[in-house]
Write a protein that binds this ligand. Structure first.
Ligand SMILES: [Mn+2]
Length: 478
């Protein structure tokens, strides 16, 4: 890609001009290099269907960039998941562009890799920004900042990690004093690790001094031998499981070596209110009294219900109370049943079931049994795409075999069932919600994937009568 080389050079020139022009004496001594390491901005995430929350994610990234400009760092390194989705909206793309342009105006390079959430099949969003000259996509070619060389590996799906070919780095070593590797993975030695830092350090043909990571949303810092390994944490709360303050890293490389310090990003407050139900008639009063003890205006409020499981309360009544006290997002988590509730005002709008509408239309089309059968297979959300052909063929063969051509009476071998798993479909045709078909997890503390949470959310909305089984913390994504 010749274009990448051009952009790369521009930044190097810019950097060179700044440093040599400014302090010649200092550069003869050890010039200190300061970097910001951030990740998991998830721009475009409309958490709880809230436009304000979308803005919050953008604002958090903006804060990091403002700090970078205030500190006049030598570069901002982004370790993946700049966007929440591989299909960000035009607003997301433009808003991000204007933030990155501020960095560019201040002469600060933005160096990034592709995360699992935003990863497209071929050309990436980062390539667009790189073409515009406001970002550089890190890779096997070292990006040099003085005595530091920075490399990157885009997010690798879990199943492909064992196949990773380290020879892509052959001949890419430099005479730099420090080599930094940027990755978006769950790494060992952390307990949640899927790929071992040790292996990576051994396998790349240059000495690694720091591995700057993204994907795990909680701040972490450790050493593997002499190599620093750190996650800066996400810059906004992607779920109620992310209770700690959000943050990014400041990496200082000077005569004393590498120093990594954590900087807090102030984000919208989440308030957790514990309501214990007792077997009496004053349950609402008690809950409301508890809520009144908190300042909840403009905050995401999570009421965690526990206690006597025989006491029934209306979640919507509690939500209404929270809204009446100006909560931004009211959420109920019923710890007694392990169930979360749809706690979003926008879902309250009633609309006819789209599946019913489609079903009606299909009825009007007077399809044959085979046609109906194929329709059913194609639209079944639980059947893996790659199995659709095989399953359709198998079912139609069975249908043909079962037909009596002398007496062509309409018959249904497999009745068209509602959108639930038909017992007649063999298990191997079904998607497993936790399988690798779905983007892998990026949460902290829990093994639930953010994607599967979102998918479950869609199912719940679609199929109100039959909500998918959920754990209470899955409600985070509603
Ligand atoms: Mn992430």
């Amino acid at each position: 890609m010749p274009k990448r080389g051009v952009v790369h050079q521009q930044f190097e020139l810019q950097y060179g001009n700044l440093k040599s022009g400014e302090n010649i004496i200092e550069s003869q001594m050890e010039t200190e290099i300061k970097l910001i390491h951030t990740a998991d901005s998830h721009i475009g995430y409309r958490q709880y269907h809230s436009e304000k929350r979308r803005q919050d994610f953008l604002d958090a990234f903006s804060v990091v960039v403002n700090d970078a400009i205030d500190m006049q760092v030598d570069a901002v390194i982004h370790a993946g998941d700049l966007f929440d989705s591989r299909n960000p909206t035009l607003d997301d793309i433009l808003d991000t562009m204007s933030i990155l342009s501020r960095l560019k105006t201040s002469g600060i390079p933005f160096l990034a890799i592709v995360g699992n959430h935003e990863s497209k099949q071929y050309t990436q969003w980062l390539d667009l920004y790189e073409t515009m000259g406001i970002a550089t996509r890190l890779g096997t070619e070292p990006y040099r900042i003085g005595k530091v060389a920075v490399y990157g590996i885009d997010s690798v799906p879990k199943s492909k990690i064992p196949l990773f070919d380290y020879s892509v780095f052959d001949g890419k070593g430099t005479d730099s004093h420090y080599n930094i590797l940027v990755m978006h993975q769950l790494m060992k030695p952390f307990s949640f690790g899927e790929w071992d830092c040790e292996e990576v350090i051994q396998s790349v043909p240059f000495d690694v001094h720091a591995i700057l990571l993204g994907d795990y949303h909680k701040y972490e810092k450790t050493k593997v031998g002499d190599v620093w390994v750190t996650y800066p944490g996400s810059t906004e709360r992607n779920s109620t499981a992310e209770r700690e303050m959000r943050s990014y890293n400041v990496i200082t490389i000077g005569s004393a070596g590498i120093d990594i310090s954590r900087r807090i990003v102030l984000t919208r407050e989440f308030v957790f209110i514990s309501a214990v139900l007792r077997d009496n008639s004053r349950s609402y009063e008690e809950i409301f009294d508890t809520i009144k003890e908190y300042d909840i205006a403009d905050k995401v409020v999570v009421v965690e219900i526990s206690g006597d499981s025989s006491v029934s309360v209306s979640y919507s009544e509690i939500e209404d109370f929270l809204l009446s006290r100006n909560a931004l997002v009211p959420k109920i988590q019923d710890l007694r049943t392990g169930k979360g509730m749809i706690s979003d005002v926008s879902i309250g709008v009633s609309f006819s079931d789209p599946d019913e509408a489609v079903k009606g239309e299909i009825k009007n089309m007077n399809l044959t049994n085979a046609g109906l059968l194929i329709d059913e297979i194609v639209r079944d959300p639980f059947i893996v795409k790659s199995k659709v052909d095989a399953l359709a063929e198998e079912r139609i063969s069975a249908l043909i075999e079962g037909m009596d051509f002398k007496n062509p009476i309409k018959q249904t071998l497999y009745p068209v069932v509602d959108r639930e798993r038909s017992s007649q479909v063999p298990k191997e045709y079904y998607k497993e919600v936790d399988s690798e078909n779905i983007d892998k997890l990026s949460t902290e503390g829990s093994a639930e994937s953010t994607r599967s949470e979102k998918i479950i959310e869609k199912e719940v909305i679609k199929n109100e009568k039959k909500p998918a089984p959920r754990q209470y913390n899955l409600g985070d994504y509603l």
